[in-house]
Design a protein around this ligand. Structure first.
Ligand SMILES: *Cc1c(COP(=O)(O)O)cnc(C)c1O
Length: 469
């Protein structure tokens, strides 16, 4: 399998070449040259596999430059009961008839990003050792992504993580999760500023090409193809649990921000998994819901980007969305370049031609949005009727799922985080505190390891210099 860019550069690259990269050289995102079709006999065989076996089968279709025995070892080391809490890895939890949650957040940081990031940690360590190279990951986080990256990379050979976060602005639980890590290759830099200051520093350091090359600076952002690929697996795993035979269709509802999670669903559907609808749920930051209702994609400015109680979906633009639009447009790289390279950059968005927008239905997407009041009501209702406590992002998904449910078609709502991460809203909805999993109780009291720095890229560069020597 080879990979090409969404913006017209058809140079074919191997999986291992794009694994450690961000954007393609022409500014596009990498996609495989095609999606392998899974035939009925294969789907039947896969139904009986464990999660790790299934992951190996799916990854093998997209990775042909890592020997099979090595890939199997990496996958087996990733998807274990010890890391993800259950033998099924992503079990379903039934709610009302036809409705179930798929638990994706039983990994070390209690959010679905662990599903992909844990694999990425193993893949990075393997590929860096093979090349005899080192990588220094620089990132900015307001919570979820940074901690998932740190827990994936902790103790890995050849990788260091320098994670910037706004000093004193994360929840005590999130801070404790990141700052309690004692691994020598993990560096927490608490920036005296807000999240945007952290992001500006990452941009400034990455724009210093000489520094970037000398210190082997890389990222683990959500546009990484390997992350998306790892997420394809749980759509298959969810489908097999929700059905008895492969002629049944299933709907998936996905709380969405950067369009990474649901893009993996689009890939699974394109491979032939019998998904009827991909139900996209947004919070008040409804960039994507607007697109799927109207055909207009309009990036929001910071004044129009709301801070909500499902903060991991507070986006102004959806960084993975270009991948879907490229497929929607029949993989026309020039047209994708015109929309994302020109129109988004110059006018902050675009409106598809009616004939282009008409194709969306064929890809199974429907959408809706949810508000703070909806989240509270959904969390309350789900707790009262089923005794199940859900987090705010999953509540957005469930609220929109209920509006798009059809009798006879099972609906699987992806649970993207555990309620313990968002205690304040749970208290507001239910009047009680969510219990963190046993292993994380008392984490706030552990010793913390972090360095406070001013919002100054030069200071961060000096810190990296002295800690990579
Ligand atoms: C990242 C995240 C999302 C959004 O996922 P995308 O892949 O960006 O669409 C939703 N919920 C939680 C809890 C997250 O951490």
């Amino acid at each position: 399998m080879k990979y090409i860019s969404t913006r017209g550069d058809r140079t074919e690259r191997g999986f291992s070449d794009i694994l450690l990269e961000g954007l393609a050289p022409d500014g596009g995102l990498y996609l495989p040259t095609h999606y392998p079709k899974v035939d009925a006999a294969t789907l039947q065989r896969w139904r009986g596999l464990t999660y790790a076996q299934l992951a190996f089968e799916i990854l093998s279709l997209y990775i042909d430059d890592i020997p099979a025995a090595d890939l199997r070892r990496l996958v087996d080391a990733t998807y274990t009961e010890a890391v993800f809490g259950t033998p099924q890895i992503t079990p379903l939890k039934p709610l009302e008839a036809g409705m179930q949650l798929q638990a994706l957040s039983n990994g070390p940081t209690l959010a679905f990003k662990d599903m992909a990031m844990q694999l990425l940690g193993h893949l990075f360590e393997y590929e860096l050792a093979r090349r005899g190279e080192q990588l220094n990951i620089l990132g900015a986080t307001s919570g979820d992504t940074g901690s998932a990256a740190e827990y994936a990379m902790r103790g890995k050979q050849g990788v260091r993580v320098f994670m910037l976060s706004p000093h004193g602005r994360m929840s005590p639980f999130q801070q404790a999760q990141m700052f309690s890590l004692q691994d020598a290759n993990i560096h927490n830099l608490a920036v005296e500023g807000v999240f945007d200051d952290c992001q500006d520093i990452v941009k400034a350091v990455s724009a210093d090409l000489d520094f970037k090359r000398r210190h082997k600076i890389g990222t683990v952002n959500s546009i990484n193809w390997a992350r998306l690929l790892a997420q394809v697996v749980y759509y298959f795993a969810g489908y097999f649990q929700a059905t008895r035979s492969n002629d049944e269709q299933v709907d998936f509802a996905v709380p969405s921000g950067n369009f990474g999670n649901i893009c993996a669903g689009h890939v699974a559907r394109s491979m032939g998994l019998p998904i009827r609808h991909l139900v996209l749920a947004t919070n008040e930051n409804n960039v994507l819901d607007e697109f799927f209702r109207t055909g207009t994609y309009r990036v929001r400015g910071s004044a129009e980007t709301f801070e909500t109680s499902s903060p991991s979906m507070d986006i102004s633009k959806a960084s993975n969305f270009e991948r879907f639009v490229y497929d929607l447009l029949g993989r026309d790289g020039a047209r994708t370049q015109a929309l994302f390279g020109d129109a988004v950059a110059r006018q902050g968005g675009f409106t598809l031609a009616p004939a282009e927008f008409a194709r969306v239905a064929g890809f199974g997407f429907v959408s809706g949005s949810s508000s703070h009041a909806d989240r509270l009501a959904t969390i309350r209702d789900t707790f009262q009727r089923f005794g199940v406590m859900i987090d705010t992002h999953t509540a957005d998904g469930l609220k929109v799922a209920r509006a798009h449910c059809t009798p006879g078609v099972p609906m699987v709502v992806l649970e993207t985080a555990l309620p313990a991460k968002f205690a304040e809203t749970i208290r507001e909805a239910l009047g009680v505190d969510p219990e963190p999993p046993a292993a994380l109780r008392g984490i706030e009291d552990l010793p913390k390891r972090f360095t406070v720095v001013p919002p100054d890229a030069a200071v961060v560069q000096r810190y990296i210099e002295t800690h990579t020597a």
